[in-house]
Ligand binder design. Sequence first.
Ligand SMILES: [Zn+2]
Length: 242
Amino acid sequence: MADQQHADIRLYLVVHESLRLTLDRFVRAYTRDLYYLRATERVLADGPLPDFLAVYLRGTDDVQHGFWKFMQPELFEGVTAEQAADYGKVIERYWQWADAAVGRILSFYEGTDRLVLVVSDHGAGPAIGEYKIFTPEYLHLSGSHRKTGILVAQGPGIRAGGSTEHASVYDVTPTILAYLGEAVGEDMDGHVLGDLFVPALAKRPVAHIATYDEAGDVPTGHVQSNVDDKALEHLRSLGYIE
Ligand SMILES: [Zn+2]
């Protein structure tokens, strides 16, 4: 099934000059995610399974930025019927691919007691009205961020059918630490999402330490590399930071 999805995704890589940048965005996103997936599978196959594993699949965000106009062509100008037919399902297909990728990773943990968190720090929607992106026009961004993300939790100690309101991306790290019985840093911005846990786990006292940051790690000068500047500009252009 995953191979069929790979084949389907490759069908979209038809060279079309007016779409070159959008397709280039797709190729970079997909190859990066594929690299992360393959590297993860290699690490897990070699074993032993790590106590903690985090995998970032950013491609879902890249494709929503690039392909939203083909999914909802009625909201944008200049999208041809042919383009909508060719690329209208890229976002949906990408999520299916990402879902299969998560399944491949989890298959290594079958039969083990593990907590799985699927987390997105934001949602997505058409880049129109108040959500229009005015950063470089040539990027042709037709999808933009929405405030609400997702948090899905599954594993021993997770309350079936439970939900949590007003969770923040900052809550993820304290929640994982508390789940693992590790101390939560008092300088962390988030809090433990006890609502996700079964009562016995929710009632377990949470240990705290002042901080995980060591003074020796904090740079004392004002030297900042060009890479940092570029990374900051990218985050700023996408609305992550002010
Ligand atoms: Zn984004």
